[in-house]
Design a binder for this molecule. Sequence first.
Ligand code: PLP
Length: 412
Amino acid sequence: MHKLNPEEIRKDFPIFKQRIQDNRLVYLDNGATTQKPMQVINAINNYNQNSHGNPHRGAHQLSIRATEEYDLAKEKVRKFINARYIEEIIFTRNTTESINLIAYSCGKKLINKGDEIVLAISEHHSNILPWQRLVKENGGILKYIYLNEEGRISPEEIKRKITDRTKIVSIAHMSNVLGTIHPIEEIIDHAHKMGSIVVIDGAQSTPHMKIDIQKLDADLFVFSGHKMLGPMGIGVLYGKKEILEDMPPFLMGGDMIEYVYEQEATFAPLPYKFEAGTQNVEGAVGLGAAIDYLEKIGLDRIENHEKMLTEYALDRMLSLPYVSIQGPKDLEMRGGLISFTIDDIHPHDIATILDSYGVAIRAGHHCAQPLMRYLDVPATSRISFYLYNTKEDVDLFVEGIKNVRKWLGYGS
Ligand SMILES: Cc1ncc(COP(=O)(O)O)c(C=O)c1O
């Protein structure tokens, strides 16, 4: 496998042509959202200029073209994650909406008083709040898998928490705070033995590694387009056909029906049952173009590139005595995202000062307050890589950290 060339890749991304406060833009906030190549921007423009219409509704040419584009994008998603059937792919707005759909529809059906839902303590709020509402309304119990000192989930903890009382396990593939890649194969296998269904939040993993949903055997799997070079406002819910067929609709309205009478209605087959109202066709087209782009480069090369950058960044950061890293140090257990703290300096100050050097990073609780409390830190700073980041980006970031210390009077 030959290495990818990030400098060549950057040429496809117009945003990198600009300078931020007279510095090269060092974009290290890919865990929050990613930038778009011209191929994605052009695909969206092209759709708007040539094919825009309301899909699935009209007999006219533009409606037909919009329908074709929408369905083609869905087929690209199916192939991208190796789902068996196109009916198993539902477009939503984002990961958050996908999980809300599952909790509302599947959760309301499955969870009754005393039934358990198991999450990890490291979940994003999007994978906590929908379940909190469900157990309040339906009387279930939320249980948490805790992490060990390295930020990992042990096999013992999996067996302790997922039992025959568990009805749903919902867990992130990769933590957006620690970068830990959780042992989801083990979790899925054990949960299935216990009779539970498993939801995987793939928001942080899908953009960065090859997902083979049939091999994984997750029952439901969700992710967002805007974290994988696509536009905002388009997300994916994958579900095994037999599970989706059994789930009642979430949003009610146009396009998701078969027949409507004065007092009741019957619903359209999959996937339309879950796609009420006019859909985000340009978002779907953009996501399809993003998938084409990622597949052309190759997910395995992207993953390798990010591993190289993560190893390099960890080495450089750990050589600074005032920097502490959260999460596993072992590269096999983590993705290209590093949370850190600097002695005596608040993460928000770090992010704000780095911004003046053109270095964009994240600071705060990362929508994971239960994890912050568990780790006993108020906030962390976070860098996260993608295919267009370079070693030079890491060097500029590390120089930036040294400058933050100097700015605040701590010496070098
Ligand atoms: C692990 C994880 N889950 C869910 C989300 C929510 O994604 P979105 O805001 O696209 O719905 C994020 C976003 O950062 C995330 O990192």
